[in-house]
Design a protein around this ligand. Structure first.
Ligand code: 1CP
Length: 347
């Protein structure tokens, strides 16, 4: 039986098919900017929330209903895979991640465990089942994972970073150990995403949130082969969104690493991005999340500005160019979704 989500604007756009309206969802749509989320977090730590499928599903479904977006993403985090791979992962009270045993020398790579079984992450599959069961049939559910470089950045830096000094130093000084570690991340993440697909997601997004800190040459040499290895291991048939923001110079290599939908940020226009990557790819993006800190009128103008570049071209998914900021007023996020629905009717 054909499910309703198969023909949803989100799935059709991901396949570059025509849609009656432009689909929209927001990265980090269920996070700290939502009072309902904050209320739950007063009693439950972030990690506990991720490991309690009913609650994780509840958080996402509340956000989807409140915003009226065209897709749900599972409530989880890109870093959870690091635990079963041998890292001590914690989230500080402000939400920032910390790795207790980061990789600081080449011999530590031996301690990184390839994820042979997804059993330790079964709670994520339960979140998927729980969310899918309660989600409207017309909305697709998105699964996700961190790409090898972004996982390596956290594993080596030990937490958030501005300059990525340690991860960059490591990849240049220890190319062999780098290769060994990136392969482990690629193979493990592919296994993880394939399990998410088995558990019931309709589309997957690969987050390479920090790859934009690299030059084109370094991306090609140290990152692309592993993102490609991962994407090649995903069972065909499920659309893949490849999101690696921050540096438009990388776009053709990101495209060549794989994915059906290429995520872009505000550093490049939608039109320019399509010229670079070609019209047989779908594009997702690209509003600067800072616009959501302004006001309704500016938000509406910005939406119109982006949609005018898209015109009627099939294969566009409206999103932000990066995760929503915790300071965002909820009514501004709602105004954004409403504006996309109002101006994004394809006649
Ligand atoms: O809508 C949703 O909130 C979906 C769930 C989701 C997703 C898709 C969360 C929940 N995190 C992510 C992805 C994620 N996690 C990314 C990629 C997206 C992006 O580029 O913004 C990254 C880089 C992380 C790592 C991470 N986890 C950070 C960023 C730290 C840094 O280096 O800047 C943070 C703050 C977390 C914790 C986290 N993850 C999610 C939430 C709601 C939170 C905050 C926890 C809290 O304080 O309650």
């Amino acid at each position: 039986m054909k499910r309703k989500w198969e023909d949803s604007p989100m799935m059709r756009a991901a396949r570059c098919q025509e849609t009656k309206s432009v689909p929209v969802w927001l990265m980090r749509q269920a996070g700290r900017y939502m009072p309902e989320y904050q209320a739950i977090r007063e009693h439950v730590s972030f990690m506990e929330l991720c490991k309690t499928p009913e609650l994780a599903a509840e958080v996402m479904l509340t956000a989807v209903q409140r915003l009226n977006v065209d897709a749900a993403i599972i409530f989880s985090d890109i870093l959870l895979i690091l635990e079963p791979m041998g890292f001590e992962l914690e989230f500080e009270p402000d939400g920032g991640p910390k790795i207790g045993n980061p990789i600081r020398n080449s011999s530590a790579v031996k301690m990184v465990r390839e994820l042979e079984s997804v059993e330790p992450l079964e709670f994520v599959m339960n979140t998927i089942r729980c969310t899918r069961e309660r989600l409207d049939d017309s909305l697709p559910l998105i699964g996700f994972a961190g790409a090898p470089f972004t996982l390596a950045a956290y594993a080596i830096e030990g937490g958030s970073s501005h300059h990525f000094r340690q991860v960059k130093t490591f990849m240049h000084i220890y190319p062999n150990e780098w290769q060994e570690m990136m392969q482990k991340f690629a193979v493990s993440t592919a296994r993880y995403l394939n399990s998410q697909i088995n558990a019931g997601v309709q589309i997957v997004q690969l987050f390479d949130s920090w790859a934009g800190c690299l030059s084109g040459e370094d991306y090609k040499k140290y990152v692309k082969p592993y993102s490609r290895m991962l994407i090649d291991l995903i069972v065909p048939g499920t659309p893949i969104i490849h999101f690696a923001p921050g540096n438009p110079v990388l776009l053709t290599d990101i495209r060549d690493a794989g994915g059906h939908v290429i995520g872009i940020d505000w550093r490049i226009t939608v039109q320019q991005a399509w010229e670079v990557i070609g019209s047989n790819y779908a594009v997702q993006g690209n509003l600067d999340p800072a616009i959501l800190l302004t006001n309704r009128d500016l938000i509406r103008q910005s939406v119109l500005h982006i949609l005018r570049q898209v015109e009627r071209r099939p294969g566009f998914i409206f999103n932000l160019g990066h995760g929503i900021m915790p300071q965002t007023p909820v009514e501004n996020a709602i105004a954004l979704v409403n504006a996309v629905h109002e101006f994004g009717i394809v006649r």
